[in-house]
Design a protein around this ligand. Sequence first.
Ligand SMILES: NC(=O)c1ccc[n+]([C@@H]2O[C@H](COP(=O)([O-])OP(=O)(O)OC[C@H]3O[C@@H](n4cnc5c(N)ncnc54)[C@H](O)[C@@H]3O)[C@@H](O)[C@H]2O)c1
Length: 318
Amino acid sequence: MAHVAVTGGAGFIGSNLVAALAQKGHQVTVVDDLSTGLASNINPDICEFHHLSLVDQVPLGLALADAEVIFHLGARGSVPRSLKNPVATHDVNATGTLNVLEVARSTGAHVFFSSSSSVYGRNGTLPKDESMWLAPMTPYAASKLSAEGYMQAYGSAYGVPITLLRFFNVFGPRQRPDHEYAAVIPKWIWKAMQGEPIDVYGDGSQSRDFTYVKTVLDICLDGMKRKVTHEGAINLAFGNRITLIQTIDMLRVHFPDLRVNFLPPRAGDVKDSQNDPVLLKRLFPNIVPTDFEIALTETINWLKEYGQSVANGPTVTD
Ligand SMILES: NC(=O)c1ccc[n+]([C@@H]2O[C@H](COP(=O)([O-])OP(=O)(O)OC[C@H]3O[C@@H](n4cnc5c(N)ncnc54)[C@H](O)[C@@H]3O)[C@@H](O)[C@H]2O)c1
């Protein structure tokens, strides 16, 4: 069993990962500033919690000192939020990653990092593979690309074992549906559950390579067990592009009276997103993604049963 640290462990993906790691018997340390993550996601029986920010280098170093593996998921998420406050986004996402890597440089920990498909930005070619040019359109995407650069530099210059994963629209249980910057799937399900109309920015023809959180956990756990490292980025999505209109049709199976408000397109939103999963499948040949419709149904069922535990969380500041 290993000592594993999860930054952002009070958040959506992080708290799912903490539970999965603890279930496998690993010793888990969590670092989180609770800015979007929830204190209720921290179970003191399964992890040691450090309430601090990634920008606080010294306490961060102490918290991560004994970890053999670091899943670095802590970040200031959301494109619109980064447009309002680019410097804070850079401080947490780029400098915060540098701070994590500085720890790994001295301890030799294996660092997994959650980058984002948003780094492709203006590059509209589909599907995406890891050799394509990158053109961030927002400070969020730029901060993730900067962090990717540091990951690769620390791998090359100092031999830090790195696994640089680019997530593509992850969804599933524990994702907050309630705040202004909530992701589209939990937000829509939550509104549908209250009988409220859902908002679509644009005509709904935009598409995403949605990835179920369980698939992300399978990749993380498999990557840790087999010590999968790679010198460059690995896109984490299986190439299943779904439009928002298709998603709405699937939601109507569960919410037949669903009403939709069509609003003007939002600044900084990427029109389409789809991965070409050749590299992912070569590095993780045993991982089979959960079917989108099954994952959507599981997410709806989870929100119906436990949604109150992640709704009405603290306000997310700009
Ligand atoms: N969910 C997605 O679709 C998606 C897509 C691409 C990339 N990602 C990346 O995956 C990671 C996890 O995303 P998530 O969806 O679970 O988001 P989340 O907001 O639920 O989790 C992020 C966590 O980081 C914490 N955090 C924020 N700033 C911090 C700071 N300064 N110090 C310490 N902790 C801090 C938050 O409190 C939260 O618990 C993030 O790095 C995100 O950028 C997610």
